[in-house]
Design a protein around this ligand. Structure first.
Ligand code: ATP
Ligand code: DNN
Ligand code: MG
Length: 217
């Protein structure tokens, strides 16, 4: 496996947090790791997701995030609102060039797995057509059962290779956190990796190693 697609049950769930910690771990393991966020929205000057993970991989943000939009929207909505266009084929070719340059590539979506990139084309279709195995990031607390199950079920219908489910941001303040992991496992058959809310954004080494083991390192 030379790449992974990091998706989520929604926006703001921790895809970049997970990508950052994965990149850190692979770099520490001596792996030449790259990051690719094909499209980033909500960009004023420098793409924040790209800047965050490129601070670890050492890439130019321009290489990691080729398509940017200003408004905080899905890529498709941003196209409708801001105009312009981009080629999915060119983005795929860019990924191929990055796969030649790096030993492992972390690819991040925008928002959740069903977010539209163009009319009739969402991130599930991109992951499938780009032949990328997937990590699903989910929230830890109340509401995550529904979101996680729906995302898992949708990916199953699309024939996506789901490597793991990461439940992210355990705070100990939400009573549902006690049972959510068990219920998600019962519903999906996948034992989730549970990550705590972590000030500063860098997980402790043992949890970063658990993350890396999900992608075979
Ligand atoms: N486990 C965590 N501990 C502490 N802060 C976290 C954790 N996970 C995510 N965050 C913070 O929550 C916010 C949202 O996380 P993140 O940016 O990774 O979401 P995302 O899924 O990448 O969102 P988008 O769809 O915009 O790409 C960020 O400020 C991030 O630093
Ligand atoms: C702007 C945000 N940070 C993400 N990049 C895009 C989230 C799109 C969500 C679309 C939706 O699910 O309604
Ligand atoms: Mg992100």
């Amino acid at each position: 496996m030379r790449a992974v697609f990091v998706t989520a049950t929604d926006t703001g769930v921790g895809k970049t947090f997970v990508s950052y910690n994965l990149a850190l771990t692979l770099r520490e393991m001596g792996v030449k790791v790259g990051y690719f966020k094909p499209i980033e929205t909500d960009v004023r000057d420098v793409p924040s997701d790209g800047a965050m993970v490129c601070s670890v991989t050492g890439q130019e943000v321009e290489e990691a995030v080729p398509v940017r939009f200003r408004l905080p929207l899905s890529p498709y909505a941003a196209l409708l609102e801001e105009g312009g266009d981009f080629s999915l084929e060119e983005l795929y070719q860019h990924m191929q060039s990055l796969l030649k340059k790096y030993e492992f590539l972390i690819v991040e979506g925008a928002g959740g797995i069903a977010v539209p990139i163009k009319k009739g084309y969402d991130y599930a279709r991109l992951a499938k057509e780009w032949n990328l195995p997937v990590l699903l990031v989910a929230r830890a607390g109340l509401g995550t059962i529904n979101h996680t199950y729906l995302s898992w079920f949708y990916m199953k219908t699309q024939g996506i290779n789901l490597l793991g489910i990461i439940m992210n941001g355990f705070s100990g303040k939400d009573v549902s956190e006690r049972t959510n992991p068990q219920i998600v496992e019962e519903l999906t058959g996948i034992k989730p990796l549970c990550l705590p809310y972590t000030e500063g954004g860098e997980l402790p080494p043992h949890l970063r190693r658990s993350l890396a083991s999900l992608i075979g390192f």
